[in-house]
Design a protein around this ligand. Structure first.
Ligand SMILES: [Zn+2]
Length: 458
């Protein structure tokens, strides 16, 4: 570790994190830096111990869980290990938002210490929940562990590429500027990308020499595509993609623009930093000291490697407990050892948001993975977005240039019909631009049909 990094960790970050409104994250980060190298057995034992502590606490202080457990004839002694979790109900965004301020609140925490939080995720419906300074600090520790895993240390130059810069110090703009200066944090706007802007970005990146570049997957993919078209390249040691599905085609495109083998996918949602890739790129390591990940298929635990819905238990949250929270993403889990030596389990596959997937009339899931390479071969298509309006109605929005032929239209419809079934109706719309979502994501697939699996929810 560099002397500058040590200086930041010892003096600046503990003060800065308090000023920014969360607790000091360094003690928890130091724990995570150690425990990631533990064996899977040690990590499981830690999860079990934290789970027992969590359940005993919510039984005493969160009326929702007192009632649920009493009704089921359970006491905290009945939940000893992660396997016992199945005795408790699965909840989701709707349940938390409905009860977070009444029965799903930790009544042992004084109200003045509760911090209101919302998360939009990728659906219109917002999640509301309570958090605390201590809980926020643990969230940041989880995030920074992922950054360190791909080679970053505090003090290294890094770039965020998004619509608006993160305002850590809303009431203290000068402190915010100082933080950016000390942490060598730069921001590039993902708002517009004309040729002039692109040229300026390349110049900035070359002069800043960032160690880390963090962005939504689709946004950096779009930037990389523009760079590749113009034969531009800037070497950056780590590109962290967040927020949405990263397909193989997107990864290859980003690597071509920045550096082979240096794209790392990070997965979080609803205020949680859940998993990220290590240098082996064999799935995403789970922040297992903080979250239990269960994979649920048809109401039951899936076997290792089998795809299902991601159900999370936050072992460090009680303000609003996240116990068996269905985040409506789809992934598969494995505890097989990784060659990097970390004992943390992995998401061996991450298919992404359920609302970024389509469900066919015979119940199969389709992901954008199956279509990005297909669209990349259609050179006349500059951008696309596919919206499932009903199980049998697909709207395809296309931005095309004058090379687009009626035969291309036919190929697109035929390709989708093969996956979606012969009775599917298609509507093609030619548009000037695909709008970005309010948070700056460019979504390729939007399903207005999938709302999660209602059978699994209390
Ligand atoms: Zn690994």
């Amino acid at each position: 570790m560099s002397i500058y990094s040590q200086f930041l960790r010892t003096f600046i970050l503990p003060i800065g994190s308090r000023l920014a409104g969360y607790g000091d994250f360094l003690p928890y980060l130091q724990q995570l830096e150690q425990s990631q190298w533990w064996s899977p057995e040690q990590i499981r034992a830690l999860q079990d111990a934290k789970l027992r502590r969590l359940i005993a606490h919510v039984y005493d202080h969160v009326p929702f869980y007192r009632q649920v457990m009493d009704e089921r004839g359970l006491t905290p002694a009945d939940i000893q290990t992660v396997d016992d979790l199945v005795k408790l109900p699965i909840v989701d965004k709707k349940v938390l938002t409905k009860y977070y301020d009444t029965t799903l609140r930790d009544h042992s925490i004084p109200r003045k210490h509760l911090i209101h939080a919302t998360s939009s995720g990728s659906t219109a419906e917002r999640l509301h929940y309570w958090t605390t300074k201590a809980q926020k600090a643990k969230k940041w520790a989880g995030l920074f562990r992922w950054w360190e895993m791909v080679g970053y240390e505090f003090g290294d130059s890094y770039v965020t590429f998004q619509l608006a810069p993160n305002q850590g110090f809303k009431n203290w703009p000068l402190v915010g500027q100082l933080e950016w200066l000390l942490l060598r944090h730069h921001w590039l706007s993902a708002q517009e990308m004309t040729d002039d802007v692109l040229a300026r970005y390349i110049e900035d990146l070359r002069s800043w020499q960032p160690k880390l570049f963090r962005s939504y997957a689709s946004t950096v993919y779009y930037l990389a595509r523009r760079m590749n078209e113009r034969g531009l390249q800037v070497t950056i040691p780590a590109i962290l993609t967040t927020g949405e599905t990263l397909t193989d085609h997107m990864r290859e495109t980003i690597e071509q623009a920045f550096a082979p083998g240096r794209v790392f996918n990070e997965y979080g949602g609803d205020g949680m930093q859940i998993a990220a890739e290590c240098e082996m790129h064999r799935g995403l390591h789970i922040n297992a000291e903080t979250y239990i990940v269960e994979i649920i298929k048809d109401g039951k635990r899936a076997s290792e490697g089998e795809l299902g819905e991601v159900v999370l238990t936050n072992l460090e949250a009680t303000a609003t407990p996240f116990i068996r929270y269905n985040i409506h993403d789809v992934a598969a889990l494995t505890w097989e050892p990784c060659q990097c030596g970390r004992g943390l389990p992995r998401l061996s596959h991450l298919e992404g948001r359920l609302t970024d997937m389509f469900v066919t009339s015979d119940g199969h899931w389709l992901t954008v993975h199956q279509f990005t390479a297909f669209f990349a071969k259609l050179h006349a298509v500059k951008a696309f977005q596919v919206i499932q309006k009903a199980v049998d109605l697909i709207v395809i929005k296309l931005v095309v240039d004058d090379r687009f032929q009626p035969s291309d239209e036919k190929r697109i419809v035929e390709t989708f019909r093969r996956y979606m079934g012969p009775n599917t109706r298609f509507e093609l719309q030619f548009v000037d631009e695909i709008p970005v979502s309010p948070v700056g994501k460019r979504r390729f697939f939007i399903s207005e049909v999938i709302q999660g699996a209602p059978n699994d929810v209390v």
